[in-house]
Design a protein around this ligand. Structure first.
Ligand code: UDP
Ligand code: MG
Length: 146
């Protein structure tokens, strides 16, 4: 299935200048970059993006963290993009993530785990719409390399 996914390079990784390395790893795995921007999320945007976690004990701390510095948002597209990117990223807790995954290599702890990636095609559509206007997403722009 052709799918889209939204990836965020979170503040801990931004602070260590890892945005390029993380995006390059996802591209090198064969996913197509379709949208890209750096922005500083405000609390309203963070609460919308993490709405499913509203009742979790870590919600306020998560919103504080994700709004603490500029982040990079990236749209990707590819066959089974959601599952493939989640696999590249590894488990939520970097200590439990498999060797060779992005979170194992770069994550600091269960919150400062370097990346976000959509967990379903439905959520990918919703999340991409939070970060990008339609004319900022270039799904069909690069057909030669496909
Ligand atoms: N998180 C946290 N404490 C926890 C679990 C998660 O701060 O105990 C943060 C962490 O940054 C994680 C995000 O909340 O990436 C969303 O949690 P989720 O369970 O959806 O993990 P993910 O889908 O990012 O692997
Ligand atoms: Mg999640």
């Amino acid at each position: 299935m052709m799918e889209k996914s939204l990836v965020l390079v979170k503040p801990d990784a931004m602070e260590r200048e890892l945005a390029g390395a993380i995006i390059a790893r996802i591209q090198a795995a064969g996913l197509k970059l379709t949208a890209l921007k750096m922005l500083h999320m405000d609390r309203a945007m963070a609460e919308r993006h993490y709405a499913v976690h509203r009742d979790k004990p870590f919600f306020k701390s998560l919103v504080d963290y994700i709004t603490s510095a500029p982040i990079v948002a990236a749209g990707f597209e590819g066959e089974d993009a959601v599952e493939r990117i989640r696999k590249l990223m590894g488990a939520t807790d970097p200590a439990k993530a498999a060797p060779g995954t992005i979170r194992r290599d770069y994550g600091l702890d269960v919150q400062r785990n370097s990346t976000h990636a959509s967990d379903s095609p439905e959520n990918a559509e919703k999340e991409i719409a939070i970060f990008f206007r339609k004319d900022e997403v270039f799904s069909q722009a690069f057909t030669k390399g496909a």
